[in-house]
Design a protein around this ligand. Structure first.
Ligand code: BQF
Length: 293
């Protein structure tokens, strides 16, 4: 059993990107610049945005954090998006999700210039991804593809089961694994809350991607011997034995599942750090005009 160490891999990629930023600076070219918009004070979102800003600092990117209070209107947020679309110093930006309930995430995402949409959530980027055209890949699936590639996980011809059909993880993950490519060429099944016989289907998987947001949903009886298990879940559960009274668990019952696996990702320190690193990679691509010229 090999633990796919997302923390360590993200640090390795960070040093590679930092090296490239040094070369950009040595040439006197423009330093990559990422902006992040955070609306409200959701504690998890604050942590995520802080992780992104810190990663920018670590690789030598410029970063700008724009904070708006929780009662910011959709119109005000759209003005910020327009301002960032037009700011020529900013290569890419993100609007941290989830947004407060009175703001329509779809309208905000549609307002982002696809050239600067380093989260890859705009329908233009999603469509280009689905067609196999150059695009910004959504950060979590991109991070998972990078983990599979760098750990040399064989995917061609394997049965992959993706659990969960969200727009930003499950659905794009299923598309990417099914595509031709270095990582890909899988036979993909996407299962969700209305799926019948979910345990039977998951048991047939050579590769499992768990992205349902239910703590320890995938148990040992659902996992075939030798399977590759990628855990996207980040769930805080009560645990009175812990100093904080709670701890993080994934969507996989790690302790019982890990011994059956060929590869498994831990939580924390698995997919999460790779998600943040993928945003950095997309920002480097934006600054180099790799996708849109
Ligand atoms: C780790 C996210 C759900 C909804 C919106 C490192 C992150 C998380 C975990 C992180 C996530 C999850 C992010 C770890 C960004 C990943 O060590 O395990 C980093 O910062 N993430 C987000 O921006 O929005 C989310 C999950």
């Amino acid at each position: 059993m090999t633990i796919i160490d997302g923390k360590k891999l993200s640090e390795i990629i960070k040093t590679e990107v930092a090296q490239e930023v040094n070369e950009i600076k040595a040439k006197g070219s423009k330093v990559p610049h990422l902006a992040a918009v955070l609306v409200g004070d959701d504690p998890a979102s604050q942590v995520y945005v802080r992780n992104k800003v810190r990663s920018c600092e670590d690789v030598g990117f410029k970063s700008t954090l724009i904070r708006k209070d929780a009662n910011t209107t959709e119109a005000e947020l759209l003005e910020v998006v327009t301002m960032l679309n037009n700011d020529t110093d900013i290569d890419g930006f993100i609007v941290q999700l989830p947004l407060p309930k009175h703001i329509n995430e779809e309208r905000v995402t549609l307002a982002i210039d696809p050239k600067k949409d380093v989260d890859g959530f705009h329908p233009v980027n999603f469509g280009r991804m689905a067609l196999g055209l150059p695009s910004y890949l959504p950060a979590t699936p991109f991070g998972i593809m990078t983990m599979l590639e760098r750990y040399g996980v064989e995917t061609a011809g394997k049965n992959a089961v993706v659990i969960g059909r969200s727009n930003i993880v499950g659905t794009p993950m299923a598309i990417l694994l099914s595509r031709k490519g270095k990582v890909g060429d899988c036979t993909v099944t996407l299962v969700h809350s209305r799926t019948k016989n979910m345990p039977d289907i998951v048991r047939s998987a050579d590769i499992i991607v768990a992205a349902i947001g239910k703590p320890e949903f995938v148990t040992a009886d659902m996992v075939k011997d030798g399977a590759v298990v990628i855990d996207v879940g980040i769930n805080r559960i009560d645990d009175p034995t812990h100093p904080k009274g709670s701890r993080l668990v994934g969507d996989v019952a790690y302790k019982e599942v890990a011994p059956k696996c060929s590869f498994i990702t831990p939580v924390p320190g698995g997919v999460g750090p790779m998600t943040v690193m993928s945003l950095i990679m997309n920002t480097l691509k934006a600054s180099r005009k790799e996708i849109y010229g």
